[in-house]
Design a protein around this ligand. Sequence first.
Ligand code: I3P
Length: 124
Amino acid sequence: GVLGVGGAEPPELKGDLLNVAKISDGGKKQRKNWTGMWGELTSDQLLLHKERQQEAGMKAGGKTDVVQLCGAVIEWTPDKSSRKNVFQITTHTGSEYLLQAESYSTASKWFDGIRKTVDSSSKL
Ligand code: I3P
């Protein structure tokens, strides 16, 4: 891909409910359990919030899963689910997350944003 000189800021995304299944934790296989989580993409992490209010930094009692994107791999994984629009993030520590959205435009928006963040944070 073509990157501008100096590198554009990666897009920050938030406000979509993503279906998430963590299928490996540090290389240890986990039972697949899809959960709706509110995504928030920062400059180097994907935050997955249980509660929508957490996107605004408010306490809501829910938990946030932090996915480190530096050194991660992201790929479309149509064979890993009966669901459509599924992609996988594998972190540098070997944790694997499947992400899915009902709408292709939502899924591809997050895929593209996360991929750009992976690329830019892995270059540092
Ligand atoms: C799983 C559950 C998941 C399904 C998974 C099942 O069963 O139905 O939704 O994944 O399929 O094993 P259980 O709740 O009993 O663990 P998809 O929705 O992504 O198809 P899989 O084993 O073929 O991945």
